[in-house]
Write a protein that binds this ligand. Structure first.
Ligand SMILES: Nc1ncnc2c1ncn2[C@@H]1O[C@H](COP(=O)(O)OP(=O)(O)OP(=O)(O)O)[C@@H](O)[C@H]1O
Length: 493
């Protein structure tokens, strides 16, 4: 039988001698390296060797530094906010933060934690890194185990560095940069929008002392589209119009128009014009600038006030028919203020106001909404009503059945039916009652039965008064005819 040839096994003594000679070579090489290269050059040599000899990785790491020079890095903020929405349910560590002004706590992912995300089937790993000062200046050393170069005391102060890393397969670089990162930014913007506190700025006459021309408070108006008593079709049309407006940046650019939308709200007092403005602001999270025209003396002060408004905001001019009597576009008639003052030399004119809306914002305003309100549309200058000036005319009318249902849900928590509703509906159908009047009645007691009984009595009294007014119509009272029409027509043009 032929014997098999096994390779000869090294003996322990030959292994030991090989190890000894290798250690000696390394020691020799290290001593030569230290002798040839002064201490401050060693790091560069090591880096150069590493650069050429490093095995090529298939992974790409993107680094989002907290700071970009002196300013903060928007991409870091976006990534940090985005990752809050991707926190792993079984994370071991989380960071908790809360600003004094915030009324909620923020849960963020902690140092060294990793979050795995996926985008179009690509797996990505996020990591939050915090490099402390000692780690950066003292912890380095060189690759041969020489303990750190500069100590933190001797090397000067190096600020802490925070950054977020994103690691993924190199071959997906294009799609991550062109699609994934923009989606992270978009998510961040949505989150910021949710957090935004809507402000109400009071635009006062320019020159009212330091800080005197502009005051702002948080808009705590609770009105939303859900709480607004309004024809549901009209409500939806307004929301759709706002949504469309927001998405049309490129469209406005293409057609060469300022990215703005004008709304004219008209209707009797107490029908919810101010409530609708607050609902729009709360929906869009846009600040409101309340402009009192009677405080504006000239085109130039109007311009100064306008320049103090920000993008993504709503400029509101309430009761435009009575705060000022605007001259026609030729400027022939004098400007008259409601307090009796007038400016004959036309320092401030309707053409000035309209020019600012169309002109000024076309060069330096984005996502602007302007809202005029009036109780008397028929008294407005036709120049303000002509197509292109106010894009949408919204008639806020007296209370309808649908509107009443909204109020009953808001104020009494009645979401379906109540035995009194039939009678109330009949009364509402033949009475001119505003949502404000009914809202007041609904607040009179906590007892639903008492409140609805009171409302029925109130509506009956109203109807009696309406009947008496009707006789006034027969005597030629045109204004009441107009109001009667307003009751039945609610439209968006
Ligand atoms: N459509 C509505 N939906 C819900 N509540 C309303 C509505 N209209 C009025 N209200 C209630 O009446 C109050 C006054 O209404 P609001 O100030 O919005 O009316 P307005 O039309 O702006 O009145 P004015 O023309 O006098 O300024 C609101 O605070 C709200 O409580």
């Amino acid at each position: 039988m032929a014997s098999r040839n096994f390779p000869e096994m090294p003996t322990p003594s030959s292994l030991l001698s090989a190890y000894a000679s290798m250690s000696t070579s390394i020691m020799l090489f290290r001593t030569m390296f230290d002798q040839f290269f002064p201490r401050h050059l060693r790091r560069y040599v090591v880096d150069a060797v590493r650069f050429y000899w490093k095995p090529k990785s298939s992974k790409l790491t993107l680094v989002f530094d907290e700071k970009d020079g002196m300013s903060s890095n928007h991409m870091f903020d976006a990534a940090e906010a985005y990752l809050c929405t991707r926190i792993n349910p079984d994370s071991d560590r989380l960071r908790i933060t809360k600003n004094v002004k915030e009324n909620h706590i923020n849960i963020k992912f902690a140092e060294s934690e990793e979050i795995v995300d996926s985008f179009e089937g690509i797996s990505l790993t996020w990591k939050y890194v915090r490099q402390h000062a000692q780690q950066r200046s003292g912890g380095g050393g060189d690759d041969f185990g020489h303990g750190g170069g500069k100590s933190s005391s001797g090397g000067g102060f190096t600020p802490e560095r925070k950054y977020i890393e994103l690691k993924f397969d190199k071959k997906h670089k294009e799609i991550i940069i062109s699609a994934y990162l923009p989606s992270v930014i978009k998510k961040f913007q949505e989150l910021e929008n949710q957090k935004k506190v809507v402000k109400l700025h009071n635009l006062q006459s320019y020159g009212g002392g330091p800080g005197g021309y502009k005051e702002s408070v948080n808009l705590d108006h609770p009105s939303t589209f859900e709480t607004l008593a309004m024809d549901p079709v009209m409500k939806k049309a307004i929301i759709d119009d706002l949504d469309l407006f927001l998405t049309r940046k490129d469209f406005y650019k293409k057609v060469g128009k300022a990215w703005k939308r004008g709304y004219l709200l008209y209707g009797p007092p107490g029908t919810g014009k101010s409530s609708l403005i607050a609902a729009i602001a709360n929906y869009l999270k846009f600040d409101i600038y309340d402009l009192q025209l009677m405080n504006v003396g000239s085109d130039s002060s109007l311009k100064k006030l306008m320049l103090r408004t920000s993008n993504r905001s709503i400029l509101v001019i309430e009761d435009i028919d009575c705060s000022i009597q605007l001259p026609d576009r030729k400027g022939t008639a004098p400007v008259k203020f409601s307090d009796g003052r007038s400016v004959r030399d036309s320092q401030f004119s309707l053409s000035g106001l309209l020019n600012f809306i169309d002109g000024l914002w076309s060069c330096c305003g984005d996502e602007r909404i302007i809202i005029f309100t009036t109780n008397h549309k028929e008294r407005l200058d036709p120049a303000l009503l002509r197509p292109g000036r106010m894009d949408v005319h919204i008639h806020m009318s007296y209370l309808t059945i649908d509107g009443f249902k909204t109020l009953a849900a808001n104020y009494l928590n009645i979401y379906d039916h109540h035995r009194r509703f039939r009678e109330i509906k009949e009364l509402i159908n033949c009475t001119k009652v505003t949502p404000a009047e009914v809202a007041e009645e609904l607040m009179k007691s906590d007892n639903v039965e008492i409140v609805l009984e009171g409302l029925v009595k109130f509506l009956k009294r109203k109807r009696l008064r309406d009947d008496a007014t009707k006789e006034g119509i027969d005597n030629g009272d045109d204004e009441v005819h107009e109001d009667k029409r307003a009751k039945t027509v609610s439209l968006i043009q």
